[in-house]
Ligand binder design. Structure first.
Ligand code: TYD
Length: 136
């Protein structure tokens, strides 16, 4: 897995005079079944979230309100994606270290995930992630 597999997906946007509507369908806009939804909100200015990688989890990250940066790192290459629109979703494949920072005031980060919460699916130690990532 490398960061080139992580893509910003342009989600459908249905616009009319009453406002906009965006939707996400499993196995259509994203290639995994959604088993869990969680969201980050009331993030204090200057805080960072993430700081881990997942062994098997696929995720789609959407800035539902406001904006933030997602720094992706596959152990070799890094890239920063700025999310600021709720019709863009950032797909993150397994085995990618990610940090989320630069949250704007009042921002909401929603995450669609391919599995239920499982602490055993996490690498929270960067050195361990790097060891496993490149030992193969
Ligand atoms: P963590 O994954 O470290 O959050 P983030 O990636 O946004 O920085 O999770 C923070 C805490 O919340 C940790 O104790 C695990 C718990 N948690 C759940 O109980 N369920 C969940 O779905 C998630 C994502 C976290």
């Amino acid at each position: 897995m490398n960061i080139d597999l992580c893509k910003v997906i342009n989600l459908p946007k249905v616009q009319d005079s009453r406002g906009n509507l965006t939707f996400v369908e499993s196995n259509n806009h994203i290639s995994f079944d959604i088993q869990r939804v969680y969201y980050l909100y009331d993030v204090p200015g200057g805080s960072a979230r993430g700081g881990h990688a997942h062994k098997d989890l696929h995720q789609l990250i959407i800035a539902m309100s406001g904006s933030f940066d997602v720094v992706l790192d596959d152990g070799k290459n890094k890239k920063t994606i700025h999310l600021a629109r709720s019709y863009y979703g950032l797909y993150i494949c397994p085995m990618i270290w990610r940090e989320l920072d630069n949250f704007s005031s009042g921002s909401v980060c929603m995450v669609l995930a391919s599995n239920k919460y499982d602490e055993d699916d996490y690498y929270r130690d960067y050195a361990e992630f790097m060891r496993v990532r490149w030992q193969a």
